[in-house]
Structures are given as structure tokens and as C-alpha cells.
Design a protein around this ligand. Structure first.
Ligand SMILES: Nc1ncnc2c1ncn2[C@@H]1O[C@H](COP(=O)(O)OP(=O)(O)OP(=O)(O)O)[C@@H](O)[C@H]1O
Length: 563
């Protein structure tokens, strides 16, 4: 029976193999010296180990000389030294690669356009940052052991070649059968691992619901049970898929070990026909029994490699998507803002332009004047926040231009352009560290007093002591962040919505006019029609269209509160 979970798309198929190889090479390229050193050291260690085996074999059939003992000691030292260098080097390499992946993904997310980050959904981003990179880290932690095992197996094969080429041929034939078995099985277990990995995005979503919906889930037993049982189903399904994959692996692994015994039996049975002498057959047995351990280690690496490959496919898909949309910048400095900013013939829709979208923003002409207070008003879903995100350069319009002092802002200047703004969004994130000009401590403390926060929050060494505050207090702290960034334009999305009447009045009748007097341009989204007369200009939106622009004074008769 196919469950709804089986509909999850294959994550490995998201990126094509050549792209995946390019991503891997790009990742490894800075570490080529370490890779070369560990490969040489590991190979030397493996070869020395095989050579040492040949010395042991020689000692079993002839007299032991001092020279032989010294040679054996030297080979052991070389083998151990090689393995040590390869082990330490590969462990460091694994950790460096994981650190680099984490840094790259974080910086790509930070540089990508907001719309793309919103499309990717936080659950998926978190699943990549936590789950997928951890899977690659797991491979990184064991990588040293695998490479050493591989070097030993190669060394053993080289020794087999010296002992008897026909027996090496037999070993290679059996090895090829083992490889074919594993390869055929891998196709099956990868499908299960891949599906399980895809389901982990849903698991991240469940985790977020459990943590972020803690209050609602405690108030609603039915919803709690649904999440609880849904989570149990999901985790059980992931466990089933992984168990199936591992079961296939263990069947094939056992068959591969059986092949080793087949090889030993075949060597003993075919000895008279192949003309192998006594020393050679003892050597075979020693080598095969010795190589069995590293061979098993290599076989056990296959599921780890498969999972890491799937994870790397997902990480690379995300990296490539984010990289393609990376916003290139010409200059990091904010441009001059002298008179106005605006929009000309701007269109923005959430779906791509050729797809149907329930909402689109269509603004033929808009001007926001410097030093003015502009209110953007309209019903829920009329497009106020979308308009503001386009104005701030956070959403790229699908058509039209963003204007600064009458000139279109080029795409390469968008990041610099955004430095003109600071703001508090309706779904703002409150940071505890303040990014403000040096010496701003006095100003911060003055604001904390003014906002009645001095007794609950301290400001020390550039950070607020806590953000565990009431909803209104948190928003006041967010305002302090925005105002102390000292940008020419301040955007406030329904800032006063969570404030009590005292702070609401302070905001509209004192703070906004003060900001205007200080030369700031204010763009505020508001539903507080009682204070509309504070604005120099009111832009009315409906269904993504500007339906009216009211200048200052036209509100005088309509509202009770004076500016
Ligand atoms: N990230 C998004 N993806 C897809 N559609 C979106 C997204 N954000 C908003 N929308 C859609 O765009 C429309 C306008 O949303 P917007 O947030 O701009 O409205 P608003 O006027 O600010 O509403 P409110 O007063 O409720 O805050 C809505 O109909 C919404 O469905």
C-alpha cells in the first residue's frame, strides 16, 4: 500500500550529476594540498602494511634474519605513520568541508533575494542546515577510516599480484561480483534513504509546530493529538524506510563476506591446477583474512556514502538555486537620497509572471517625498506589506522600475539602496545585539527610559540584556533598533498595533513628527484612522492597486485626534 508520505519527491533527482560533480570539485578544490598529502600518506601506509604481510609470510617459511626484523619494524612504522597522517589529515579535511558547507549555505541564504528565501520555506532550509549537513559530517567523521581501509585493500591486492597473478585475477573476479551485488542493491536502498530524507522536511515542520505552537497545542487537545499521532506516523515511516534500506544492505553485506570464504575455498581447491606453491597459498590466506576487516569497513561505508550523497544533492540543489539568484553588488555604500523615491509601472506577483496568481501589485506611478510622513493604508490583503517590500528593494518587481531621485535603481545597486532603510516589519525578528554607530549607549538608555523599558532591559557591550518581554515592549525595543540605525528612511509596519493607548498616542503625535523634524522620511503602514491626519500623504491601496492618494489636511475634518 502506498501511503501519502510516499508522494515525497526524490531529493537526489533535484540536481543533475554533472552539476553535483562540479559542486563536489568546487568544495574540494581549496583543500587539494591536504587531499594530496593524505592520499600519499594513506597509500604508503596501506602498501607498507601489505609489504609487512609479505615479510611475515616469508618468515613463516624461511629463517628469520636481523635484516628481516629491521625491515619488518620499518614497514610497521611506515604503515602506522602513514595511517596516522592520513587519519588526522582526513578527519581535519572532513571537518573543514562541513564547516565550509555550513558557511557557504548560510552566506548564500543571507545573499539570496528575500522572495526566494520565503519560497524555500524555513522547514526546508533548517532540514538542509541541520539534517543534511550533519549526514555529510557523519561521513567526514569516518572518512579517515575508509581511506585507510581502501589503501590497505589496494596494498593487499598489490601483494596478491606479486604472489600470483592468476589468484589476483580470481580475487578481482569475485570482487567484481561483490561490487555488482552492492551496486544493484544500492539502487534499492538509495530509493528508501532518499524518501526518508524527503520526509525529514515534514518532520522539521512538525518540530516547529510543536515548539512555536506550544500555547495553542495546550489549549486544544484534538489538535495536540493530531500533531502527536501525525508525528508518530511520520517518524515511524521514516524509521521503516531506513530499516528497509539497512536490511537490504545487510543481506548484500553478508553475501559479500561469503564471497571472501568462497575465494579462500576456491584458492585451496584450484591450487593444484594453478601451480601455486606453499608460500603463495599461506600468503593468500594471511592477506585475505587480514583484508577482510578493511573490506567490511569499506562495505559498511556504502550506506553512509549513499546517505551523504543524497544529503549533498539536497545541499547542492539549495546552494545552486540560491547562487543563481545571488544579488551581485556594485558598491556596499548607501546612495544619496535627496528628494524622493518611487515606483514607475511596477508589477509584482507572488507566482512567476506566466502563472496564475490570486494577487498582483500594479503601481503605475508612486512618489514618496523626502522628509515626509507617508501612510500606506488599506484592508487586509490589499498589498501594503508587499508594496513596502518592493519599495525597500526586498522584492524585485517583475516589471517597471524602482526610482531614487527620479533615476531607476540598477539591479547591481539594490543592496546598497537597501541601506537607506531601517524598519520594523509586522513579523519582525528581534535581535539582542544592536548594530548602531559607536557611542550610542547614551541614546539607547534615553530611549529605554522614554519607552518605559529601563527597569526591564539593560544595555551593555552593544547588546540588550533580554528580549523576553511583553509583545508591546518587544516592539518598542525593535523600534529602538530601527531608529538607532540612523538610516534616512524609516519603515514601520503597523508598529502601534500592539501598543497601549499611551504609547500609541506617543508614537503618532510625538515620535513621528519628531522623526520628520529630524529630517527622516517615514513610511508607515497603519490601520489607525484616528491618527491619519499625522501623515503628510496617505496612499490608499485596494487589491494591489493605489485607489487614492490624499495629501496632508484632507483628513482634518474626518478624525478626532489632532497632529
Ligand atoms: N509570501 C507570500 N507568498 C504568496 N502570497 C503572498 C505572500 N505574502 C503575501 N501574499 C499574498 O499577497 C496579498 C497581499 O499581502 P500583503 O501582506 O501585502 O497584504 P497587507 O495589505 O499587508 O495585509 P495585512 O493588512 O493583513 O497585513 C495577500 O492576498 C496574500 O495572500
Amino acid at each position: 500500500m502506498t501511503s501519502s508520505f510516499d508522494q515525497t519527491p526524490s531529493s537526489a533527482s533535484l540536481i543533475r550529476s554533472p552539476q553535483l560533480v562540479r559542486e563536489i570539485l568546487r568544495l574540494l578544490q581549496p583543500f587539494w594540498k591536504v587531499i594530496l598529502l593524505t592520499t600519499v600518506a594513506g597509500s604508503a601506509g596501506g602498501m607498507a602494511m601489505a609489504w609487512a604481510l609479505s615479510v611475515i609470510n616469508g618468515a613463516l617459511v624461511s629463517a628469520v634474519s636481523t635484516q628481516m626484523l629491521l625491515g619488518f619494524a620499518g614497514l610497521c612504522a611506515l604503515s602506522l605513520g602513514g595511517q596516522l597522517v592520513a587519519g588526522v589529515g582526513n578527519s581535519m579535511l572532513g571537518q573543514k568541508i562541513v564547516a565550509r558547507l555550513r558557511q557557504q549555505i548560510c552566506s548564500r541564504i543571507l545573499r539570496a533575494p528575500l522572495s526566494l528565501v520565503e519560497q524555500q520555506k524555513s522547514d526546508r532550509l533548517l532540514a538542509v542546515l541541520n539534517g543534511d549537513i550533519d549526514k555529510i559530517a557523519e561521513l567526514g567523521n569516518h572518512f579517515a577510516g575508509y581511506t585507510t581501509a581502501l589503501a590497505i585493500v589496494i596494498g593487499c591486492l598489490a601483494y596478491l599480484l606479486i604472489l600470483s597473478p592468476p589468484m589476483l585475477g580470481l580475487a578481482m573476479a569475485l570482487g567484481a561480483i561483490g561490487w555488482a551485488l552492492n551496486h544493484a542493491a544500492m539502487g534499492h536502498w538509495v530509493v528508501h534513504f532518499d524518501r526518508a530524507r524527503g520526509l525529514e522536511d515534514k518532520l522539521q515542520k512538525q518540530y516547529r509546530s510543536i515548539i512555536e505552537g506550544a500555547k495553542e497545542l495546550r489549549l486544544n487537545d484534538a489538535r495536540r493529538r493530531r500533531i502527536e499521532y501525525g508525528g508518530t506516523d511520520l517518524t515511524s515511516h521514516i524509521a521503516r524506510l531506513n530499516s528497509r534500506a539497512f536490511a537490504i544492505f545487510w543481506v548484500v553485506d553478508t553475501a559479500s563476506i561469503a564471497l571472501v570464504f568462497v575465494f579462500v575455498a576456491a584458492a585451496l581447491a584450484l591450487r593444484p591446477y594453478l601451480g601455486i606453491d606453499g608460500e603463495a597459498i599461506t600468503g593468500f590466506v594471511i592477506v585475505i583474512l587480514f583484508a577482510k576487516g578493511p573490506l567490511e569497513e569499506l562495505a559498511s561505508a556504502l550506506p553512509v556514502f549513499s546517505q551523504a550523497k543524497i544529503a549533498f544533492g539536497r545541499v547542492s540543489t539549495l546552494a545552486v538555486t540560491l547562487d543563481e539568484a545571488d544579488e551581485k553588488e556594485r558598491s556596499p555604500n548607501a546612495p544619496c537620497f535627496r528628494q524622493s523615491l518611487g515606483l514607475r509601472n511596477v508589477r509584482y506577483a507572488f507566482a512567476s509572471p506566466d502563472q496564475h496568481s490570486d494577487f498582483d501589485l500594479d503601481i503605475p506611478d508612486l512618489e514618496i517625498k523626502r522628509g515626509e510622513i507617508t501612510f500606506i493604508v488599506g484592508g487586509n490583503g490589499s498589498g501594503k506589506t508587499t508594496l513596502v517590500k518592493v519599495l525597500l528593494g526586498l522584492y524585485r518587481p517583475h516589471a517597471g522600475a524602482l526610482l531614487l531621485d527620479g533615476q531607476a535603481v540598477a539591479p547591481a545597486d539594490i543592496r546598497a539602496y537597501r541601506n537607506l532603510f531601517s524598519g520594523v516589519f509586522a513579523d519582525y525578528h528581534l535581535f539582542d545585539e544592536l548594530v548602531a554607530s559607536p557611542g550610542s549607549e547614551e541614546r539607547v538608555n534615553a530611549w529605554l527610559h522614554r519607552f518605559g523599558l529601563a527597569n526591564v532591559v539593560d544595555f551593555e557591550r552593544g547588546a540588550f540584556s533580554t528580549t523576553d518581554l511583553s509583545t508591546g515592549q518587544r516592539k518598542r525595543l525593535a523600534f529602538i533598533h530601527a531608529v538607532l540605525e540612523d538610516r534616512p528612511i524609516l519603515m514601520l509596519d503597523e508598529w502601534a498595533a500592539d501598543q497601549d493607548p499611551e504609547y500609541r498616542a506617543l508614537f503618532y503625535t510625538t515620535l513621528l513628527p519628531e522623526l520628520r523634524s529630524a529630517g527622516k522620511t517615514v513610511i508607515a503602514i497603519s490601520h489607525d484612522d484616528r491618527y491619519f491626519n499625522v501623515a503628510d500623504r496617505i496612499i490608499h491601496l485596494s487589491r494591489g492597486r493605489i485607489v487614492a492618494i490624499e495629501p496632508r489636511g484632507s483628513q482634518a475634518g474626518k478624525h478626532a485626534e489632532p497632529a
